[in-house]
Design a protein around this ligand. Sequence first.
Ligand code: T1G
Length: 696
Amino acid sequence: MIASQTATFPQGAVAVLTIDNPPVNGIGSGVRVALGKALEEAIANPMIKGIVLTGSGSFFSCGADIREFNTPKSRQEPSLRAIIEQLENSPKPTVAAIHGAALGGGLELALGCHYRIAQAKSSFGLPEVKLGILPGAGGTQRLPRLIGIGPALEMVAGGDSIDASKAQSLGLIERLVQTDLVPQACELALEASIRTEGLPRLSRAPIGATADSKVFDEARKLAGRRYRGCIAPLECIACVEKTLTSDLDEGLAFERERFQFLVNGDQSKAQRHLFFAERAAMKPPKVEAKLTPIRKVGVVGAGTMGTGIAMSIANAGISVVMIERDQAGLDHGWEVIKGNYASSVSRGKLSDSDVKARLALISRSLDYAALADVDLVIEAAFEDMGVKKEIFSRLDAVCKPDTILASNTSRLDINDLAASTSRPSKVIGTHFFSPANVMRLLEVVQGTRTATDVIGSLFAFARKLGKIPVLVGVCDGFVGNRMVSPYTREAHFLLEEGATPEQVDSALRRFGMAMGPLQMGDMAGLDISWAARKRMAPTRPAHIRYSKVADTICELGRLGQKTGAGFYRYESGSRTPISDPAIDVLIAECAREAGVERREITDVEIIQRTMYALVNEGARILQEGIAQRASDIDVIYVAGYGFPAFRGGPMFYADTVGLPEVLATIERFHDRHGELWAPAPLLKELVENGRSFADL
Ligand code: T1G
C-alpha cells in the first residue's frame, strides 16, 4: 500500500513514501492507514530531514476509492483530511512528486504538501463534480488559496483536468521536470529543510484578490448550462465562495457538510453507478484467439454517418479509405469533412496542423479494390437490406480473408447480412450515433456467428476511437432504438390524449432529458422512423392501438428541421422549434378519428408513460439476453440518447423510484391502455423476489 524508502544525500536523508495501490493508486482505507503510519515514523525520525510523497505505476494518485463512499468507516482509519493535515503540519518539508495524474483526493494530498513538483506530461484535476460530489478533503479551500478564486472555481465546478504547463503557470506546482522526478523532489525537500522562513502551508495562506460576487454568478450560470439539473456544481461553487467569508476551519466544516449532503444523495449515487457501469460495459469478452489489429479501415458511404465515422477514425490516427458510388457523392462527403474540421479550428478545438494530419489519413475512392488491404470495413450506406447485401458481397470478394466486415445499420438483422457472405464469423454491427465524430456511444452488435476475437478486436478499436463500446444482440433496433420506439409511441399517444408537443417535450426536459422526443424526431428527421413504421405496417396487429399523428405529419411533407417543419415550425436556417397551431388541429383530428377522448394530461403522467415504457422494454431486452446487464442499458441511454447522468439511466432510475411502484403503475397503464403495457415478466419476477435491476 505504501512503500517507504530512505534516500540519503550529503545534506541529509529524505523519506520517500510511494503510494502503491494499482491500478490508479486509489486512496482507500488501507492506503490511509499505512500512509498515516509512515508519515508519523518519518516525522519522528531525527535522521529524516524531509519527506517526498509519490505514486507507483502510471499515476501519482487518482483520488479516494469511490467504492468506499457509502460504506461505514472504522474509527481506527484516519480520514484523508487527517492525512492531509499531517502532511501540512509536518515540521519537516513535504514535497509531492507527481507523474501521470493527480486527481481528486490525489490532488488534495498534493495540496497538503508544502511543495509540488511534476513531470512534464502529468495532469491535475478535481473531477468529483462529475461524480455528483465535491472535493471533500479540503480541495475547495486550499486550491483557491494557491491559484486564486477564478482558476480554482473553473477546476472545482468544471471538473476538467489541466496539463502540467497550465498547472505551473497557475502556481499549482513549483517545478516541472523531464526526468529524475523523485531525486529532484528530494533535493527540493533538502533545500527547504535549511531555509529559515517557515514552510508554506496553504491553510494559512490568505485568499488572493477577492473576486466580486459576479465571478460566482457567472460560474453558476456556466454550471447551469453545462451540468443542467445537477446540484453538485452549485455546491462546489458555494464552497469556494465560502473562502471569502470564513477561515479555513469554518470552510472545511462547510465543505464537509456539503460533501456529506451530496454523497448521500440520489444524484451522486446515479453518477457513481454510471462511472462503474461504463467500465463494466467497455470490458471486452474473454478471448483466447489473437485479436486483429485495426491499422487501416474502409468506410463505404460518404453520407452523414460515413463522413462522421471516417473523421472519428482519422481523429484516432488510423488511416481510412472512404468509398462512394459516384464522384459527386464522394466530393460532397469530402467537403463535409473539411467543413467540420474548419469549424473545429474556428472554435479553437483543433489547430491547422492537427487538421492537416487528419485529412492526410483519409483517402477516397470509387473503386472497391482500394479496400483490398484494409483490416476492417464499416458499411454506412442506405438503410436497406438489399443495398447492404450487395455491398457486403462485393466486400467479401475484394477484402482479405481476415478483414472484419461491419455494418453501421441502426436496426437491420446482422445475422441475415452475415449469411450473405462467405465469412459470417467476421461480420458484426457497429452502430455509431450521429454525429459519429462526436457521440461516444457505439453499440457493437454481435451476430449469432460473430467470433469472440472479432468482438474483442472491435472493442479495442472502439477504445482507440475514444468510444464507449457496448455489446448488444440482434433484434429490431438492438437496444437503444428498440427502446426508443415505445418511448416515442407513448409521446404520440399523449398528444392524441390531450398534451401538446411543447408540454411533452418541456416535461421531459425538466426531467433532465437533453431534448424531448418530438423535438428529437424533428432533428433526426421524421422520415427515418416513418420508413420503419411503413416497413412494419404489414405485420402490425390490427387490434393494437396505433397513432397516426406522426404519419399524418410526414404525409404533409413535414419531415422535421430539414424541411422547415415537423411537430414544430422552424424559421429558415434556425433549429429553434416554434409551436405550430396547425399541428394542434392535426392532432385533435387524429384523436377524433381514433375515437380518443382528450383530457388534461399532467407532467407526472408524461414522465411515467415515457420513462416506464423505456423501463418495461429494457426489462424485456434483458430477459431476451439482447443486453448483458441492466447497467449497459443505462450507459446506452446516457451516452447515446441524452438521458440525464444524474438519474443514472432508465434502469437505475426505476430502481431509485422502486420497482414495486414502477410495476404497479405499469399495471394501471395495462388496465387502461391495453396490451402494449403488458408488464415485462422479468419486472414482475424482480418485484416478487424483492430484487432490483442492480441485483442482476
Ligand atoms: N475509485 C475506485 N476505483 C477506481 C477509481 C476510483 N477513484 N478510479 C479508477 N478506478 C478503477 C476503475 O473502476 C477500473 O476498475 C480501474 O480502476 C481502472 O480505471 C476525497 C471524494 C484515473 C483517468 O474521479 O477518471 O477523490 O474496471 O478503466 O482508463 O475529494 O480511472 O479495472 O475493475 O478508468 O486508465 C476522484 C476516477 C474520486 C478519478 C484512469 N477521482 N478515475 O483511467 O482506467 S473522489 C476520480 C478516472 C475523491 C476526494 C474525493 C480514471 C483514470 P476495473 P479506468 P483508465
